[in-house]
Ligand binder design. Sequence first.
Ligand SMILES: Nc1ncnc2c1ncn2[C@@H]1O[C@H](COP(=O)(O)OP(=O)(O)OP(=O)(O)O)[C@@H](O)[C@H]1O
Ligand SMILES: [Mg+2]
Length: 269
Amino acid sequence: MAKIISIANQKGGVGKTTTTTSIGSILASQGFKVLLLDLDDQNDLTLSLPISLSGQTDLFKCIFELGFAKGVKVNPNLVVIPGSPKLQPINFSERIKQHEAYEYENPRFVLKKFLTQIKDKCDFILMDCPPNEELIVQNAFAASDYVIIPTIPHSFSINGVNAVLRLIQKFQKINPELEPLGILITIYDKRNNIDKGVYELCLEQYPSLLFKTPIRINSKLRENSHLGIEIIEYAKQLAENKYPSKFTGYEEFLAVTDELIGRLKMSIA
Ligand SMILES: Nc1ncnc2c1ncn2[C@@H]1O[C@H](COP(=O)(O)OP(=O)(O)OP(=O)(O)O)[C@@H](O)[C@H]1O
Ligand SMILES: [Mg+2]
Protein backbone atom coordinates (compact mmCIF):
# COMPACT_ATOMS: atom_id res chain seq x y z
CA MET A 1 0.00 0.00 0.00
CA ALA A 2 1.45 3.37 -1.02
CA LYS A 3 2.49 5.96 1.51
CA ILE A 4 0.60 9.07 0.46
CA ILE A 5 2.52 12.27 1.16
CA SER A 6 1.47 15.89 0.58
CA ILE A 7 4.23 18.45 0.12
CA ALA A 8 2.60 21.62 1.36
CA ASN A 9 3.04 25.16 2.62
CA GLN A 10 0.66 28.00 1.81
CA LYS A 11 3.64 30.29 1.46
CA GLY A 12 4.78 30.53 -2.15
CA GLY A 13 8.24 29.81 -3.55
CA VAL A 14 9.52 27.78 -0.59
CA GLY A 15 10.68 24.75 -2.59
CA LYS A 16 7.55 22.52 -2.57
CA THR A 17 7.82 21.57 -6.23
CA THR A 18 11.61 21.13 -6.14
CA THR A 19 11.24 18.90 -3.07
CA THR A 20 8.52 16.77 -4.71
CA THR A 21 10.40 16.17 -7.97
CA SER A 22 13.78 15.64 -6.29
CA ILE A 23 12.61 13.19 -3.64
CA GLY A 24 10.36 11.46 -6.19
CA SER A 25 13.19 11.04 -8.69
CA ILE A 26 15.61 9.74 -6.04
CA LEU A 27 13.07 7.27 -4.58
CA ALA A 28 12.35 5.96 -8.09
CA SER A 29 16.09 5.54 -8.78
CA GLN A 30 16.30 3.43 -5.62
CA GLY A 31 13.70 1.00 -6.95
CA PHE A 32 10.51 2.36 -5.36
CA LYS A 33 7.43 2.75 -7.55
CA VAL A 34 6.53 6.44 -7.34
CA LEU A 35 3.49 8.37 -8.54
CA LEU A 36 3.68 12.17 -8.55
CA LEU A 37 0.48 14.21 -8.59
CA ASP A 38 0.64 17.82 -9.74
CA LEU A 39 -2.15 19.54 -7.79
CA ASP A 40 -1.07 23.00 -8.88
CA ASP A 41 -2.96 24.76 -11.64
CA GLN A 42 0.39 26.39 -12.63
CA ASN A 43 1.69 22.94 -13.62
CA ASP A 44 5.26 23.65 -12.38
CA LEU A 45 5.96 20.07 -11.34
CA THR A 46 4.90 18.70 -14.70
CA LEU A 47 6.90 21.31 -16.60
CA SER A 48 10.06 20.49 -14.66
CA LEU A 49 10.01 16.85 -15.77
CA PRO A 50 11.16 15.36 -19.09
CA ILE A 51 7.74 14.63 -20.58
CA SER A 52 5.80 16.04 -23.46
CA LEU A 53 2.42 17.42 -22.54
CA SER A 54 0.81 17.29 -25.94
CA GLY A 55 -2.04 14.82 -26.11
CA GLN A 56 -1.55 13.81 -22.48
CA THR A 57 -4.20 13.49 -19.88
CA ASP A 58 -4.16 15.48 -16.61
CA LEU A 59 -5.44 15.18 -13.05
CA PHE A 60 -8.66 17.09 -13.73
CA LYS A 61 -9.52 14.85 -16.69
CA CYS A 62 -8.58 11.72 -14.75
CA ILE A 63 -10.88 12.60 -11.85
CA PHE A 64 -13.87 14.07 -13.68
CA GLU A 65 -13.82 12.54 -17.15
CA LEU A 66 -11.95 9.22 -17.21
CA GLY A 67 -12.73 8.24 -13.61
CA PHE A 68 -9.40 6.42 -13.37
CA ALA A 69 -5.73 7.32 -13.08
CA LYS A 70 -3.77 7.62 -16.31
CA GLY A 71 -0.30 8.97 -15.74
CA VAL A 72 2.66 9.81 -17.95
CA LYS A 73 5.78 7.67 -17.56
CA VAL A 74 8.99 9.56 -16.78
CA ASN A 75 10.88 6.28 -16.32
CA PRO A 76 9.81 2.73 -15.41
CA ASN A 77 9.51 3.63 -11.70
CA LEU A 78 8.29 7.21 -11.97
CA VAL A 79 4.88 8.26 -13.24
CA VAL A 80 3.32 11.72 -13.11
CA ILE A 81 -0.28 12.82 -13.41
CA PRO A 82 0.03 16.37 -14.80
CA GLY A 83 -1.72 19.39 -13.33
CA SER A 84 -4.24 21.52 -15.19
CA PRO A 85 -5.38 25.16 -15.22
CA LYS A 86 -8.83 23.70 -14.50
CA LEU A 87 -7.65 22.86 -10.95
CA GLN A 88 -8.06 26.54 -10.07
CA PRO A 89 -10.10 26.81 -6.84
CA ILE A 90 -13.41 28.10 -8.21
CA ASN A 91 -13.43 25.81 -11.19
CA PHE A 92 -12.48 22.74 -9.13
CA SER A 93 -15.22 23.25 -6.53
CA GLU A 94 -17.85 24.04 -9.17
CA ARG A 95 -17.00 20.88 -11.10
CA ILE A 96 -17.38 18.75 -7.96
CA LYS A 97 -20.85 20.20 -7.34
CA GLN A 98 -21.89 19.46 -10.91
CA HIS A 99 -20.46 15.95 -11.13
CA GLU A 100 -22.99 13.19 -10.53
CA ALA A 101 -20.46 10.93 -8.75
CA TYR A 102 -19.56 13.64 -6.21
CA GLU A 103 -22.68 15.81 -6.06
CA TYR A 104 -23.79 14.45 -2.69
CA GLU A 105 -20.35 13.58 -1.32
CA ASN A 106 -18.15 15.60 1.00
CA PRO A 107 -16.19 17.72 -1.55
CA ARG A 108 -12.99 17.17 0.49
CA PHE A 109 -12.96 13.43 -0.21
CA VAL A 110 -12.85 13.48 -4.02
CA LEU A 111 -9.10 12.87 -4.24
CA LYS A 112 -9.18 10.20 -1.53
CA LYS A 113 -11.86 8.32 -3.43
CA PHE A 114 -9.90 8.67 -6.67
CA LEU A 115 -6.67 7.38 -5.06
CA THR A 116 -8.20 4.21 -3.60
CA GLN A 117 -7.92 2.52 -7.03
CA ILE A 118 -4.15 3.20 -7.34
CA LYS A 119 -2.99 3.00 -3.73
CA ASP A 120 -1.90 -0.62 -3.98
CA LYS A 121 -0.03 -0.15 -7.29
CA CYS A 122 2.89 1.95 -6.00
CA ASP A 123 5.09 2.55 -2.96
CA PHE A 124 4.78 6.33 -2.80
CA ILE A 125 2.25 8.89 -3.98
CA LEU A 126 3.73 12.39 -3.66
CA MET A 127 1.40 15.35 -4.11
CA ASP A 128 2.78 18.79 -4.95
CA CYS A 129 0.33 21.28 -3.42
CA PRO A 130 -0.25 24.85 -4.63
CA PRO A 131 0.53 27.68 -2.15
CA ASN A 132 -2.92 27.98 -0.56
CA GLU A 133 -5.43 26.21 1.69
CA GLU A 134 -8.13 25.87 -0.95
CA LEU A 135 -10.25 22.80 -1.66
CA ILE A 136 -7.60 20.94 -3.66
CA VAL A 137 -5.14 21.21 -0.73
CA GLN A 138 -7.92 20.19 1.66
CA ASN A 139 -8.49 17.15 -0.58
CA ALA A 140 -4.76 16.37 -0.40
CA PHE A 141 -4.81 16.53 3.42
CA ALA A 142 -7.93 14.37 3.60
CA ALA A 143 -6.26 11.73 1.40
CA SER A 144 -2.69 11.75 2.81
CA ASP A 145 -0.89 9.74 5.45
CA TYR A 146 1.82 12.38 5.85
CA VAL A 147 2.77 15.98 5.09
CA ILE A 148 6.26 17.29 4.33
CA ILE A 149 6.57 21.03 4.99
CA PRO A 150 9.32 22.78 3.03
CA THR A 151 10.18 26.24 4.26
CA ILE A 152 12.71 28.93 3.52
CA PRO A 153 14.79 30.05 6.53
CA HIS A 154 13.33 33.54 6.97
CA SER A 155 12.03 34.83 10.30
CA PHE A 156 8.41 34.99 9.11
CA SER A 157 8.51 31.56 7.52
CA ILE A 158 8.04 29.84 10.86
CA ASN A 159 4.47 31.24 10.82
CA GLY A 160 3.90 29.35 7.58
CA VAL A 161 5.15 26.12 9.19
CA ASN A 162 2.88 26.63 12.20
CA ALA A 163 -0.09 27.29 9.90
CA VAL A 164 0.49 23.94 8.12
CA LEU A 165 0.82 22.13 11.46
CA ARG A 166 -2.49 23.68 12.60
CA LEU A 167 -4.16 22.61 9.36
CA ILE A 168 -2.87 19.05 9.88
CA GLN A 169 -4.41 19.06 13.38
CA LYS A 170 -7.75 20.24 11.98
CA PHE A 171 -7.71 17.53 9.32
CA GLN A 172 -6.94 14.79 11.83
CA LYS A 173 -10.65 15.08 12.74
CA ILE A 174 -11.63 13.77 9.33
CA ASN A 175 -8.40 11.87 8.55
CA PRO A 176 -6.97 10.40 11.77
CA GLU A 177 -4.05 8.85 9.80
CA LEU A 178 -2.61 12.26 8.91
CA GLU A 179 0.74 13.16 10.48
CA PRO A 180 3.50 15.67 9.78
CA LEU A 181 6.47 13.71 8.36
CA GLY A 182 9.01 16.49 8.52
CA ILE A 183 9.97 20.13 8.10
CA LEU A 184 12.59 20.75 5.42
CA ILE A 185 14.58 23.97 5.28
CA THR A 186 15.29 24.89 1.67
CA ILE A 187 17.10 27.68 -0.20
CA TYR A 188 19.44 27.83 2.81
CA ASP A 189 22.50 30.07 3.00
CA LYS A 190 24.84 28.57 5.57
CA ARG A 191 26.89 31.78 5.78
CA ASN A 192 23.88 33.89 6.72
CA ASN A 193 23.19 34.35 10.42
CA ILE A 194 19.41 34.69 9.95
CA ASP A 195 19.32 31.37 8.08
CA LYS A 196 21.43 29.68 10.76
CA GLY A 197 19.21 31.18 13.47
CA VAL A 198 16.01 29.90 11.85
CA TYR A 199 17.54 26.43 11.50
CA GLU A 200 18.49 26.43 15.21
CA LEU A 201 15.03 27.70 16.19
CA CYS A 202 13.32 24.95 14.16
CA LEU A 203 15.61 22.35 15.70
CA GLU A 204 14.71 23.62 19.17
CA GLN A 205 10.96 23.83 18.51
CA TYR A 206 10.59 20.72 16.35
CA PRO A 207 13.54 18.44 17.17
CA SER A 208 11.94 15.27 15.85
CA LEU A 209 10.32 16.89 12.81
CA LEU A 210 13.15 18.93 11.30
CA PHE A 211 15.08 17.09 8.56
CA LYS A 212 18.66 17.37 9.76
CA THR A 213 19.99 18.26 6.28
CA PRO A 214 18.87 21.66 4.97
CA ILE A 215 18.90 22.18 1.20
CA ARG A 216 21.40 24.93 0.47
CA ILE A 217 21.05 27.50 -2.28
CA ASN A 218 22.24 25.72 -5.40
CA SER A 219 21.70 27.09 -8.90
CA LYS A 220 21.98 23.54 -10.32
CA LEU A 221 18.60 22.76 -8.75
CA ARG A 222 17.07 25.67 -10.61
CA GLU A 223 18.78 24.55 -13.81
CA ASN A 224 17.61 20.96 -13.75
CA SER A 225 13.97 21.95 -13.28
CA HIS A 226 14.23 24.76 -15.83
CA LEU A 227 15.71 22.34 -18.37
CA GLY A 228 13.13 19.67 -17.52
CA ILE A 229 15.75 17.08 -16.53
CA GLU A 230 15.30 14.72 -13.59
CA ILE A 231 17.69 15.53 -10.72
CA ILE A 232 19.17 12.04 -10.89
CA GLU A 233 19.92 12.39 -14.62
CA TYR A 234 21.36 15.87 -14.15
CA ALA A 235 23.67 14.54 -11.42
CA LYS A 236 24.87 11.83 -13.84
CA GLN A 237 25.41 14.37 -16.65
CA LEU A 238 27.43 16.68 -14.39
CA ALA A 239 29.57 13.75 -13.20
CA GLU A 240 30.17 12.54 -16.78
CA ASN A 241 31.18 16.04 -17.88
CA LYS A 242 33.49 16.27 -14.87
CA TYR A 243 31.70 19.36 -13.59
CA PRO A 244 34.25 20.77 -11.10
CA SER A 245 32.05 21.55 -8.08
CA LYS A 246 29.71 19.23 -6.23
CA PHE A 247 26.00 19.10 -7.02
CA THR A 248 25.19 19.88 -3.39
CA GLY A 249 21.42 20.02 -3.99
CA TYR A 250 21.47 16.42 -5.21
CA GLU A 251 23.63 15.21 -2.31
CA GLU A 252 21.40 16.97 0.22
CA PHE A 253 18.18 15.61 -1.29
CA LEU A 254 19.77 12.14 -1.18
CA ALA A 255 20.38 12.61 2.56
CA VAL A 256 16.83 13.88 3.12
CA THR A 257 15.40 10.91 1.17
CA ASP A 258 17.43 8.52 3.36
CA GLU A 259 16.07 10.24 6.44
CA LEU A 260 12.52 10.00 5.06
CA ILE A 261 12.87 6.26 4.32
CA GLY A 262 14.24 5.79 7.84
CA ARG A 263 11.34 7.67 9.42
CA LEU A 264 8.87 5.52 7.49
CA LYS A 265 10.86 2.34 8.23
CA MET A 266 10.63 1.41 4.55
CA SER A 267 12.85 -0.86 2.51
CA ILE A 268 12.80 -1.74 -1.20
CA ALA A 269 10.49 -4.70 -1.79
N1 LIG B 1 17.93 25.07 -3.03
C1 LIG B 1 17.64 25.90 -4.02
N2 LIG B 1 18.59 26.74 -4.52
C2 LIG B 1 18.30 27.61 -5.52
N3 LIG B 1 17.10 27.74 -6.09
C3 LIG B 1 16.11 26.94 -5.63
C4 LIG B 1 16.32 25.98 -4.59
N4 LIG B 1 15.14 25.34 -4.35
C5 LIG B 1 14.24 25.86 -5.21
N5 LIG B 1 14.81 26.82 -5.98
C6 LIG B 1 14.17 27.65 -7.00
O1 LIG B 1 13.28 28.54 -6.31
C7 LIG B 1 12.08 28.71 -7.04
C8 LIG B 1 10.88 28.28 -6.18
O2 LIG B 1 11.00 26.87 -5.94
P1 LIG B 1 9.74 25.92 -6.09
O3 LIG B 1 9.05 26.16 -7.38
O4 LIG B 1 10.20 24.54 -5.79
O5 LIG B 1 8.84 26.47 -4.89
P2 LIG B 1 7.27 26.24 -4.62
O6 LIG B 1 7.10 26.29 -3.15
O7 LIG B 1 6.82 25.02 -5.31
O8 LIG B 1 6.65 27.52 -5.31
P3 LIG B 1 5.05 27.80 -5.52
O9 LIG B 1 4.52 28.16 -4.17
O10 LIG B 1 5.03 28.94 -6.50
O11 LIG B 1 4.45 26.54 -6.05
C9 LIG B 1 12.24 27.90 -8.31
O12 LIG B 1 12.72 28.74 -9.33
C10 LIG B 1 13.29 26.87 -7.94
O13 LIG B 1 14.04 26.40 -9.06
MG1 LIG C 1 5.22 24.77 -6.68
